[in-house]
Design a protein around this ligand. Structure first.
Ligand SMILES: Nc1ncnc2c1ncn2[C@@H]1O[C@H](COP(=O)(O)OP(=O)(O)OP(=O)(O)O)[C@@H](O)[C@H]1O
Ligand SMILES: [Mg+2]
Length: 266
């Protein structure tokens, strides 16, 4: 209903990490470029991406997977690492194309090692992306560390990207054997206030909006302020405003409506 009212082809502010909607703020762009370089060229071992809740870590991971699709870098994604080390290993094994899972940890470790070696020899560059890595147990972090040991004199055979909430940084810091393997650290910050307008306009344009802006300048300033620039909060507030605006048959969303919607959310 709100899409029809505002003449949008699809939801503009869905809280899903659809890479088609990625807004490349200067800070996102920098993070993305550095992550891409670390995972594909440098392959230094382990990229560590942290950020507050809702700031775009999963979106960054999806954008990376999207960019690497069809390249020599095969991405294996783990979205929820509350696994046992053996389950993690099995996920990696399946992700790199081992079809029959062997029984016994040692056999699995050897099979993964052999497969990674063969992939490397044929020019493939697997990338393991672990989201919500702050949930991984110490033994899973250790298993991940061991994966980065698959290497030859020149190259790592698998590159790992860990993404997680800020406490992940401290957890990694407490484990020097992992900490020393970190080749990139990047923290995803909330959007700068001046980037919120670009974010809103980009998402609206991707949803098919054209013509007169829906949100007034004042509304966008209010949205930036009340969301703290956190994309997930921007999405929620903007969706609510679109809804209330449509209910009231308004032709645009102004500062006052935005403030009302934000008050309701608190
Ligand atoms: N750069 C961006 N461009 C467009 N949309 C974004 C961007 N970053 C985040 N979003 C939107 O905000 C939502 C929340 O972002 P995301 O899920 O990536 O946050 P997160 O940092 O992974 O949060 P959590 O810590 O809860 O896992 C996404 O579903 C997406 O819709
Ligand atoms: Mg996430």
């Amino acid at each position: 209903m709100i899409e029809e009212y505002w003449k949008l082809e699809r939801r503009a502010f869905a809280n899903t990490p659809d890479p088609a909607f990625v807004y490349r703020s200067p800070s996102f762009d920098e993070g993305f470029a550095r992550l891409l370089y670390d995972a594909t060229e440098l392959r230094g071992g382990l990229s560590l991406i942290t950020g507050e809740i809702g700031c775009g870590k999963t979106m960054l991971a999806q954008a990376l997977a999207d960019r690497l699709a069809g390249s020599a870098c095969d991405v294996v994604q783990v979205h929820y690492p509350k696994l046992t080390p053996a389950q993690l290993l099995a996920t990696v094994a399946r992700g790199i194309g081992i079809e029959t899972l062997l029984r016994g940890k040692l056999a699995m470790v050897e099979a993964v090692g052999a497969r990674l070696h063969a992939l490397h020899a044929s020019g493939r560059k697997p990338v393991l992306v672990v989201d919500e890595a702050q949930l991984a147990t110490p033994s899973v972090l250790e298993e991940i560390r061991l994966l980065t040991n698959h290497e030859d004199r020149q190259d790592k055979h698998i590159h790992v990207v860990l993404l997680g909430q800020p406490e992940l940084r401290d957890r990694v810091r407490k484990r020097p054997q992992i900490d020393q393997r970190v080749s990139l650290r990047f923290h995803v910050d909330p959007l700068e206030a001046e980037d919120v307008a670009g974010y809103v306009n980009h998402r609206l344009a991707m949803a098919g909006h054209a013509g007169v802006p829906i949100f007034t300048e004042g509304a966008v300033i209010m949205l930036a302020e009340r969301s703290g620039g956190v994309p997930r909060r921007v999405n929620t507030l903007a969706t609510q405003a679109l809804f209330v605006g449509a209910m009231r048959a308004l032709s645009s969303i102004d500062e006052e409506l935005m403030a009302d919607v934000a008050d309701d959310q608190e």
